[in-house]
Design a protein around this ligand. Structure first.
Ligand code: NAD
Length: 283
């Protein structure tokens, strides 16, 4: 019998804790925690993400500063804004919603965000620190997965973990977090030979591929822990993950649903990172 890992419930519990931390910060330091959110252009998906992030900030009492820039903003203008926010003491976290329009250099923009305000954990320095297992701001989605495992008292030490996907924002940091927690980690990707054999051998599978129902029941061993990061649409336009949930679930000891699994954790971890950044700056 499998156990469903309820990301929505874990996220709600964490948001209560974050709300308390925000109130305590204000009482101790006499000021708000601030997050600057920068959106360039009118990508509809990005607009939804930004709206949800601002709403989540409001719910826990984090002050958000939003900047909506036109799609034709110049690199110099965007760089100028990021530099101003970098120097602003009321801003503890800076988030630039990606992707940026093609004429803008995202790496350059990210490099202007001070490492202490990089609440997305995307900067080279934060990723380097993660590899060195040093204190850092960790990318929200993989960090959310670790929190879910922790809340379920799943000790990953010594377990065989297979991460499918090697993106900079999910797969790579996910693999590094599991490694730092003493799992034995295999990273699979589009060029991996015999993915099924790797998956069948795994105690933990984290799927971050971006293909609907890609992980099928024949790829999953009995009792595996399956974490589904994917957000896709199936053939009927219904939201689904990378895992064929209905058929895979019976083989698992734990599994995350989509929606209601990893998704709700991502914004929660952004709030968590913003509070962490504020507390470190105050120290
Ligand atoms: P990406 O496209 O950057 O990376 C996909 C990875 O999958 C690549 O590394 C690629 O090598 C691998 N891959 C592709 N085909 C494969 C195959 N046949 N076999 C094995 N590996 C294969 O995607 P991403 O940004 O890492 O996102 C992955 C998924 O997670 C997407 O569905 C995305 O929407 C979702 N996502 C969810 C959240 C969340 O909050 N839950 C956050 C970020 C991304």
């Amino acid at each position: 019998m499998y156990k469903l890992i309820d990301g929505k419930a874990i996220a709600a519990e964490m948001r209560d804790e974050i709300k308390n931390a925000v109130t305590q910060f204000r009482a101790r330091h006499g000021k708000d925690i601030g997050l600057a959110v920068v959106l360039v252009g009118e990508n509809p998906a990005s607009q939804v993400y930004v709206r949800n992030k601002i709403k989540a900030c409001k719910e826990v009492g984090i002050k958000s500063f939003s900047y909506y820039l036109p799609a034709n903003v110049t690199q110099a203008q965007l760089d100028g804004l990021i530099s101003e926010l970098a120097a602003d003491n009321a801003v503890h976290g800076i988030l630039v919603q990606l992707p940026l329009p093609d004429h803008l250099d995202a790496d350059r923009v990210l490099s202007l965000i001070p490492v202490s305000k990089d609440v997305d954990g995307f900067s080279a320095e934060n990723i380097g620190k993660l590899c060195l297992n040093e204190h850092c701001l960790v990318a929200c989605t993989p960090n959310g997965v670790m929190k879910m495992l922790e809340k379920e008292n799943i000790d990953v030490r010594g377990k065989k973990a297979v991460v499918i996907g090697r993106s900079d924002i999910v797969g790579k940091p996910m693999a590094m977090l599991l490694l730092n927690a003493d799992a034995t980690v295999t990273v699979c990707h589009s060029k991996t030979r015999d993915l099924k054999a790797h998956c069948l051998d795994a105690d933990i599978i984290v799927a971050a591929v971006g293909r609907p129902k890609f992980i099928t029941a024949d790829m999953v061993g009995e009792g595996a822990i399956v974490i589904d990061v994917g957000i896709n649409r199936d053939e009927n336009g219904k939201l689904c993950g990378d895992v064929d949930f209905e058929n895979v679930k019976e083989k698992c000891s734990y599994i995350t649903p989509v929606p209601g699994g990893v998704g709700p954790m991502t914004i929660t971890m952004l709030l968590f990172n913003t509070v962490t950044a504020a507390e470190r700056s105050a120290d």
